[in-house]
Design a protein around this ligand. Structure first.
Ligand code: DAK
Length: 257
């Protein structure tokens, strides 16, 4: 598929999506948003891909939704634009998605990053929800996802008073898996993703699904999801191979079956 607002490639078992509107700090217009989700879904279906990395450039992961595109939209136009439905498609991606964030991750950019499964931040990463400064509030999950990670008070400050988080604060507060130097940040994220992509594919999917259930359900229901995902793994060839390889003191050869 040909894209005009993003670049895509595969590196080994990693599918890479690079937001490519540098002239607009990678702000998500509807066209880029649509392309990103189409590319995510294509990599999700591609059997040779085990993990997906989404990145921007060193200066900006993404500075939010495109304010110039939104500025004159009416309520009805926003409501019927399909924006909400598109953003929500991230929840259907089964493979791990890693955000490689350098520079600004603001508004919808921050919301996109925190919708991913893991975040590798460069030292220049800056997370924030500045929507309040333009008279609105987060619309792609920021109020909910940030609160689940950061708790009430810091989320309130970010959403109501435009508090931003540096990379080291993001790491400290659990909003990033690791912070790496700006130079080579993408290579670090791809290496991180490659490690994940080298693991037993079905178990990885089951694990992602089970962890995500923790944010949706009670402990009792969540534990049921974990069991529901645990037992079927004993019907996979990879479980037999993984345990046999352990006993035989060798590296497992995963088949994804
Ligand atoms: N939209 C459009 N253009 C943007 C942009 C944005 N979000 N951010 C930056 N740009 C453009 C600038 O206008 C400028 O373009 P020209 O004027 O040169 O044509 C170019 O990118 C470079 O930006 P600056 O000159 O401002 O660069 P600086 O280094 O001085 O500042 C900055 C960088 C990132 C701090 C600054 O550009 C900035 O504050 N940007 C806006 C950040 C922001 O407010 N973000 C929140 C946007 S609202 C929805 C779901 C989600 C959303 C909406 C709907 N639904 C489910 C319906 C999300 C909303 C948002 O994200």
């Amino acid at each position: 598929m040909t894209y005009t607002n993003i670049l895509t490639e595969t590196r080994g078992k990693v599918g890479l999506i690079q937001l490519n509107r540098p002239q607009a700090m990678n702000a998500f217009n509807l066209a880029m948003l649509t392309e990103v989700f189409d590319a995510l879904e294509a990599f999700d279906k591609n059997e040779s891909v085990g993990a997906i990395v989404v990145t921007g450039n060193e200066k900006a992961f993404a500075a939010g939704a495109d304010i110039k595109e939104m500025a004159d939209q009416s309520y009805v136009e926003m409501f019927t634009s399909g924006h909400v439905e598109i953003w929500d498609r991230i929840r259907n991606i089964k493979k791990p998605v890693i955000a490689a964030v350098s520079g600004y991750a603001l508004g919808g950019g921050c919301e996109f990053a925190i919708s991913c499964d893991m975040i590798i931040a460069s030292e220049s990463a800056k997370f924030g929800q500045p929507e309040i400064t333009i008279g609105v509030i987060p619309g792609a999950g920021g109020t909910q996802r940030l609160a689940r990670v950061l708790g009430k008070y810091l989320t309130m400050e970010m959403v109501i008073n435009n508090r931003t988080l540096s990379a080291s604060e993001a790491l400290q507060f659990g909003l990033a898996n690791r912070v790496v130097p700006v130079e080579g940040y993408l290579d670090s994220a791809i290496a991180f993703a490659e490690e994940i992509a080298s693991r037993a594919p079905i178990a990885v999917r089951m694990a992602k699904d089970a962890v995500n259930a923790a944010f949706e359900t009670t402990l009792t229901e969540g534990l049921k999801v974990e069991k529901r995902n645990f037992y079927p793994l004993f019907a996979t060839e990879d479980q037999k191979e993984g345990m046999k390889a352990f006993v035989e003191k060798r590296k497992a050869d995963w088949k994804g079956k």
